[in-house]
Design a protein around this ligand. Structure first.
Ligand SMILES: Cc1cc2nc3c(=O)[nH]c(=O)nc-3n(C[C@H](O)[C@H](O)[C@H](O)COP(=O)(O)O)c2cc1C
Length: 497
C-alpha cells in the first residue's frame, strides 16, 4: 500500500503543467554530462561479429515462423547488433554523437544489457555473464560460471542507469528510463523474431535480476550511478537453473565527474521493485504487412524526426501503423487517443484506437459524454471532428512535430486498477508496455517511408481534461507523432562500425 501511494504521488508530482513543468535543473550542465557508454575495468573484451544479411522486414509478421538460427557467436552478435547496437554516427559543426537501434529519450541511453549464456564457441567454453558494450559491439566478460546452462536458450537482463536521464530531465526522468527500457525490449524482440527466436519477459523478482547481473554490488559503482534492474528476458528455452553470481571483480567506469541529487528518484525506484508482472495477452494480433526492405536496413534507418513537413499520409498507411502496435501481445493496458491532422480519406478530428476491446465500455463511460464514438472499423472511433493541430502542439509541450505530423496520439493506460492489482511495479510495467509499442511504430513508419518521434514531454492533465478524464482511472503515459520527416542536411551521417 505504501509503495502504491509512493507511485501515485510520484506520478502526480512529475506531471508537466502549462505553468509549471516537473522539477529539473532547467539548463544543461555540460560539465556533468554522463558518458552514454558503461564499461567495466579489467573485464576481457570479446569482439562480436558483423553480418548484414537479415530477412525481409514483412516476414517478421508473416504467419510462417522464420527458421530458427542456431545459438552461436554470429547469431548472438546479430541479436545485439540489431537491437541495442549503434545505428549511425551523426556529426555537425565539429561535434559527433552515436545513435542506436533502440530509441531513447534525449538519446541519453540509460538502458544497459547483460547476457547470461551457455558455452558458445568464440565466447567461452563455460557459461558466462557478460555486459554488452555497444560502441565496441563486444561483450565484456564479467564471470564464467561453474554450473553450466545447457540447450540453445539464454537470458538477457536489462537495467537502467537512472542518473543518465536525471542529468537532463530531473524528477520526470524515471518515467523516461522506463519508456526507454520498453523500447530496448521492443528492439530485442524484433531482432529475436528476425532470428526465428522466441523472446519473452520472465516473471522474476527485480532483486534476483539485480543479483544475477551483479548490479546489486553497489561497491562496484559510483554511488550516484548504480543501475536499477528492469527485466529478465528469456530467449528460446534455456535449460537448467539460473546461475548464482558471486562477488565480481570488475569495477564500473565513472560516467560523470559530479552529480545533482534528485531524492524522489531513489524513492520511486525502491517502491517499484518486486515480482515483474505478466499482463494478459491482447485479444487481437497484428496482420502481416506488404513486402519492403530487409529488416536490418529498416532497423538501422529508423530515426526520430526533428521536424515534419506537414504533408498527408494515406488511410491505408494510417491503419497499418495502428495495427502494427498489436505486435507485442503483453500490452493489453494501452489504448490510443489520436489527433488526426492529415490522413487522406479521414476527417480531421479526435479519434480513439481501441487496442483492447475489453476496455471499450469503461472508456466510453469515463470520457466526455459529448463524444460521438462513430465506429470507423478495425478498432477506430471518431470522437469529435475538428482541427486539433494547435491543440496537439500545445499538449506536446509546444513541439511543432505534433502539429506538422500526419497524426499524433497519447497512449492512455488503464491506470489505477492495474496499479491496484499488480502493485507499484505495475506502474513501471505500464511504461514498458508503451515503450515497446513505440519501438515497433518507429519501425513500421520507417518501413512505409515515413518518420516518427516519441514524445515524452507532454502536458499530462491538459490531455486528460480534453478527453474528460477527471480521476486516475486512465492516464496517458507516452505520446507519439508520425508523418513525413524533414531531413536536416546540415547533419552528416557516418557508418557506426
Ligand atoms: C521515451 C522517449 C521520449 C522522447 N521524447 C521526445 C520529445 O519529447 N521530443 C523530441 O523531439 N524527441 C523525443 N524523443 C526522441 C529522442 O530524442 C530520440 O530517440 C533520440 O534523440 C535518439 O535519436 P533516434 O531516435 O533517431 O535514434 C523521445 C524518445 C523516446 C524514446
Amino acid at each position: 500500500m505504501k509503495n502504491l501511494t509512493t507511485a501515485l504521488h510520484y506520478h502526480d508530482r512529475t506531471k508537466h503543467h502549462p505553468s509549471r513543468y516537473a522539477a529539473s535543473l532547467g539548463y544543461m550542465d555540460w560539465a556533468t554530462q554522463p558518458n552514454p557508454f558503461r564499461r567495466y575495468k579489467n573485464a576481457p573484451l570479446i569482439p562480436l561479429t558483423h553480418s548484414d544479411t537479415t530477412p525481409p522486414y514483412h516476414l517478421l509478421f508473416a504467419n510462417e515462423i522464420l527458421p530458427s538460427a542456431p545459438l552461436c557467436l554470429e547469431s548472438l552478435s546479430q541479436l545485439l547488433r540489431y537491437s541495442l547496437g549503434l545505428a549511425a554516427i551523426k556529426s555537425q559543426g565539429g561535434s559527433s554523437w552515436a545513435l542506436r537501434c533502440n530509441a531513447s529519450s534525449g538519446n541519453l541511453q540509460p538502458t544497459e544489457c547483460y547476457v547470461i549464456a551457455p558455452a558458445i564457441d568464440g565466447i567461452n567454453q563455460q557459461s558466462t555473464l557478460s555486459h554488452y558494450a555497444p560502441r565496441e559491439h563486444a561483450l565484456e566478460l564479467l564471470h564464467t560460471y561453474k554450473i553450466q546452462l545447457v540447450g540453445d536458450g539464454f537470458y538477457l537482463a536489462l537495467s537502467s542507469v537512472l542518473w543518465r536521464e536525471a542529468w537532463k530531465y530531473g524528477e520526470r526522468s524515471w518515467r523516461y528510463c522506463q519508456l526507454d527500457a520498453g523500447h530496448a525490449y521492443g528492439a530485442i524482440k524484433i531482432a529475436a523474431t528476425m532470428l526465428g527466436w522466441e523472446c519473452e519477459i520472465i516473471q522474476a523478482q527485480t532483486g534476483e535480476i539485480g543479483h544475477l547481473c551483479g548490479v546489486d554490488q553497489y561497491g562496484r559503482y559510483d554511488s550516484n550511478e548504480h543501475e536499477s534492474p528492469d527485466m529478465l528476458i528469456r530467449i528460446q528455452t534455456p535449460q537448467g537453473n539460473l546461475p548464482q553470481t558471486p562477488k565480481l571483480d570488475s569495477i564500473a567506469n565513472t560516467l560523470s565527474p559530479a552529480h545533482h541529487p534528485w531524492e524522489i528518484l531513489g524513492i520511486i525506484d525502491d517502491a517499484t521493485q518486486g515480482e515483474y508482472p505478466s499482463p494478459p495477452n491482447l485479444i487481437q494480433s497484428r496482420k502481416s504487412s506488404t513486402p519492403t526492405k530487409s529488416a536490418g536496413e529498416i532497423i538501422l534507418k529508423r530515426r526520430s524526426a526533428q521536424a515534419m513537413d506537414g504533408s498527408n499520409i494515406t488511410e491505408e498507411q494510417f491503419r497499418q501503423l495502428l495495427n502494427s502496435s498489436l505486435f507485442y501481445c503483453h500490452t493489453p493496458d494501452v489504448n490510443f487517443f489520436i489527433f488526426v491532422n492529415r490522413v487522406d480519406g479521414l476527417e480531421r478530428g479526435l479519434y480513439a484506437y481501441i487496442r483492447n476491446p475489453n476496455t471499450l465500455p469503461l472508456l466510453q463511460a469515463s470520457l466526455k459524454e459529448s463524444f460521438a464514438w462513430e465506429d470507423k472499423q478495425e478498432g477506430l472511433y471518431l470522437l469529435q471532428q475538428g482541427d486539433f493541430r494547435g491543440v496537439a502542439q500545445r499538449i506536446s509541450c509546444n513541439q511543432e512535430i505534433a502539429k506538422e505530423g500526419a497524426f499524433s496520439f497519447g497512449m492512455v493506460c488503464d491506470f489505477s486498477s492495474v496499479l491496484e492489482t499488480r502493485g507499484a511495479i505495475g506502474y513501471k510495467n505500464l511504461y514498458h508496455q508503451c515503450g515497446k509499442i513505440g519501438q515497433i511504430m518507429y519501425l513500421e513508419a520507417t518501413s512505409l517511408g515515413l518518420s516518427a518521434t516519441g514524445i515524452g514531454c507532454f502536458l499530462d492533465d491538459e490531455f486528460h481534461a480534453l478527453l474528460g478524464l477527471e480521476n486516475q482511472q486512465f492516464q496517458s503515459l507516452y505520446h507519439f507523432t508520425i508523418g513525413r520527416g524533414i531531413i536536416d542536411t546540415r547533419v552528416s551521417t557516418l557508418p557506426p562500425y
